[in-house]
Design a protein around this ligand. Structure first.
Ligand SMILES: Cc1cc2nc3c(=O)[nH]c(=O)nc-3n(C[C@H](O)[C@H](O)[C@H](O)COP(=O)(O)OP(=O)(O)OC[C@H]3O[C@@H](n4cnc5c(N)ncnc54)[C@H](O)[C@@H]3O)c2cc1C
Length: 301
């Protein structure tokens, strides 16, 4: 352990390395055990961390803002690479925006709006990073990352830096090939369209209002817990199954929107995990529909 810490210290400032860091501080569910080593590299420093982990055969995990993440109560062994606070930048070139993977998606959308560039309105209110948004092909209100992404700069698991065209990222509903290929997203290039600023901001305000009125934003969660099943809605199936408000420990099916599992009172990751599985089994029995979690699990369950 000391060896890897000493190696990492050669490449990133000591204050960006934390030991036994509680992952509940880094997930919007506010659950999860400790990360053995938690590092916050810049986009350029990620490559070095990967090389060190490979050389010393230490496992690593990549996290953004943790807004689609359920981390095990047992925590995470090895190195957690937080691509967030030190990988945040936004550059503008005409109607093209280049953003560091750690930039907040909502901030990039806001920046675009101020420049009179439309296409990212849907992102208002999605609390992820640019990296997490590409991994998930984040979307809402009829828009998604796939519509505006030109390419992404990634670091491969071998530590190679590649620029990958959007069409090669296999972007589809809440999916990309980033996790399968074990890429780490470092930067994204978006092409947007000139549009009327007032109209862009009006659309974003409308989306934000619709979120506030329909989503349980007063409780920690990871947004929609399940993917939308074909020709159906997860929230409706769960509500019709009689599970509105159903609780396991501190985890609860939201009373406001049944598609959200929320941390209603000091939940553990196990509570959330068990509730997700319970909901899946009840909906399967009642409607013969298999719900698939949208939330990514990390660590042992
Ligand atoms: C209140 C609320 C509302 C939400 N609404 C929406 C919505 O409308 N639409 C929507 O699509 N999502 C929504 N989400 C879910 C979430 O915000 C998105 O999925 C977001 O894109 C996740 O980004 P993140 O940075 O938080 O990723 P994380 O949760 O940190 O990670 C998600 C996955 O991506 C991987 N990952 C993260 N960063 C990188 C990187 N740089 N390189 C490689 N892998 C990486 C992680 O390993 C993990 O597997 C919502 C969540 C909340 C809490």
């Amino acid at each position: 352990m000391e060896q890897i810490i000493n190696e990492i210290k050669k490449y990133i400032p000591e204050e960006e390395i934390a030991l036994n860091e509680p992952m509940k501080k880094h997930t919007t569910f506010r659950v999860g055990g400790d990360a053995e080593i938690f590092v916050s590299p810049s986009a350029k420093e990620v490559k070095k961390i990967i090389e060190v982990c490979n050389e010393l055969e230490v496992p690593y995990h990549v996290v953004g803002n943790g807004s689609n993440l359920l981390v095990s109560d047992q925590g995470l062994n090895g190195v957690v690479i937080s691509v967030r606070k030190n990988a945040e930048y936004i550059k503008l070139n005409g109607d093209v925006i280049i953003a560091g993977a750690g930039s907040s998606l909502a901030k990039v959308a806001n920046f675009a709006a101020k420049e009179g560039l439309g296409g990212l309105e849907f992102a208002a209110g999605i609390p992820g990073t640019i990296g997490g948004a590409i991994v998930m092909n984040a979307g809402a209100f009829g828009g998604e990352i796939k519509d505006v992404l030109v390419s992404a700069k990634v670091c491969t698991k071998e530590g190679k830096i590649l620029e990958i065209e959007a069409q090669d990222l296999e972007l589809s509903y809440r999916h990309s090939c980033v996790l399968e290929k074990e890429y780490i997203v470092l930067e994204a290039t978006f092409k947007l369209k000139e549009a009327d600023k007032e109209e862009i901001f009006a659309a974003m305000d409308d989306y934000k209002r619709r979120r506030i009125s329909s989503q349980p934003l007063n409780f920690p969660s990871a947004g929609s817990t399940f993917k939308r099943p074909k020709d159906n809605f997860a929230g409706k199936l769960i509500e019709d199954s009689g599970l509105k408000g159903y609780k396991i420990g501190g985890a609860q099916v939201s009373e406001k929107h049944c598609g959200f599992v929320v941390n209603s009172n000091a939940a553990t990751a196990t509570d959330v995990y068990e509730l997700i599985n319970y909901v899946i089994s009840v909906v399967k029995t009642k409607y013969d529909v298999t719900l698939e979690p949208e939330v990514k699990m990390m660590g042992e369950f």
